[in-house]
Ligand binder design. Structure first.
Ligand code: ACO
Length: 333
């Protein structure tokens, strides 16, 4: 069974309600038909009757709840919540109403915040920034977490490394200013994500161009400091570094470059030192090794909200909805 098949099965076992705000995009409806047919999640689609009629032609979405943001009976409740959360940032009732109806992602996040949905998925026709900003502003981080980050669940075919080719790569999507403290936090969140999605035991490598002090530079010190912080903060998780990629993945190289490390040569959770490295790294593996790259999945938010690539296919939306539903199951435990 592929990792996605097992995530879909998990999602079906305890169905959650996921909001899809991109009713302006036909892929939303192709995905919705499949999600409803397979019973992966209950769906709410946000859109006006015209948007829904225009873009859902040919798809059976009769099982979805449709919410028109202009006539929804819950609309005032969401405006009030928006103002309650953001009045200090200057959001008035008028501004809230305008933002919610111009950008349905705000509406989707307010539905989550008010307990009317368990998670949201968007980004097929919005940039990463525009997709996740409403979630950062309205849903905020989980208690004790300072930064939301984005990971990819990588499934590499015919691969003897990681957990039979399964990996979590982070941060590949969000933080442009990674310091040691953020990297340490990402190590803990990524380990949790690896466990949640694969069921396996995470082994976290903090990546660098140096292994255990082989090179000296501020960039190396940043990662070495992050390793110390992460090991102190998450003593129950196997975290080590700084490690070069080959030392992290390949047992013979790990043995040579970091012989004392339990992670070197066996890593399945890779924390990259910068957003550039993470974003380029996952795309290299996706394109050159023909890996499946599921994500970016956001970790550290108080409720699950996830982004899509603008080049995504309907099938990708189905996968990200399944992952969001699995995150929602854990959030409600
Ligand atoms: N975690 C938690 N909260 C955050 C984070 C974070 N990582 N970043 C910003 N916030 C909060 C801020 O504190 C602020 O809250 P407030 O309004 O209550 O004070 C709110 O979010 C907005 O913050 P801004 O600083 O105004 O953030 P901005 O809107 O400029 O950008 C964003 C945030 C969108 C995450 C930005 O960092 C970004 O664009 N990152 C890169 C995204 C990207 O382009 N990724 C690569 C493509 S993805 C791919 O290839 C798959």
């Amino acid at each position: 069974m592929s990792i996605m098949d097992s995530l879909k099965a998990k999602a079906k076992a305890d169905k959650k309600t996921i909001v899809l705000p991109e009713s302006m995009d036909k892929r939303t409806f192709a995905a919705a038909e499949q999600i409803l047919k397979e019973g992966i999640a209950n769906l709410v689609i946000i859109g006006t009757p015209d948007e829904i009629a225009e873009n859902s032609k040919g798809y059976d979405i009769s099982g979805a709840a449709i919410v028109d943001p202009f006539t929804d009976p819950n609309r005032q409740k969401y405006i009030d919540k928006f103002v309650e959360l953001r009045s200090k940032k200057g959001v008035t009732p008028e501004a809230a109403e305008e933002m919610m109806t111009k950008d349905y992602m705000y509406y989707a996040c307010l539905m989550c915040k008010c307990g009317d949905a368990d998670g949201a998925v968007s980004g097929a026709c919005h940039s990463t920034g525009n997709t996740i900003r409403p979630a950062l502003q309205l849903l905020k981080t989980k208690p004790g977490i300072s930064s939301v980050s984005g990971f990819f669940l990588m499934e590499v075919p015919d691969c003897e490394f990681g957990d039979n080719g399964l990996f979590v790569f982070a941060d590949c999507a969000v933080n442009t200013d990674l310091d040691s403290a953020k990297l340490a936090e990402i190590a803990g969140l990524s380990a949790e994500s690896f466990k949640m999605f694969t069921g396996g035991e995470p082994k976290v490598a903090m990546l660098s161009y140096s292994s255990m002090g082989s090179a000296k530079h501020d960039d190396v010190t940043k990662v070495a400091d992050a390793v110390k912080m992460a090991q102190e903060r998450f003593p129950e998780i196997e975290i080590d570094g700084e490690l070069q990629l080959d030392a992290a993945l390949v047992p013979s190289v790990g043995e040579l470059k970091a012989p004392q490390s339990k992670v070197a040569g066996h890593a399945n959770t890779l924390v990259f030192p910068s957003l550039e490295a993470g974003n380029i790294g996952y795309k290299l593996v996706q394109r050159l090794a023909k890996a499946e790259a599921y994500g970016p999945v956001l970790q550290g938010l108080s409720m699950p909200v996830n982004d899509l690539s603008r080049g995504c296919f309907a099938e990708d939306i189905v996968g990200v909805v399944a992952m969001t539903a699995v995150q929602a199951q854990l959030a409600s435990e």
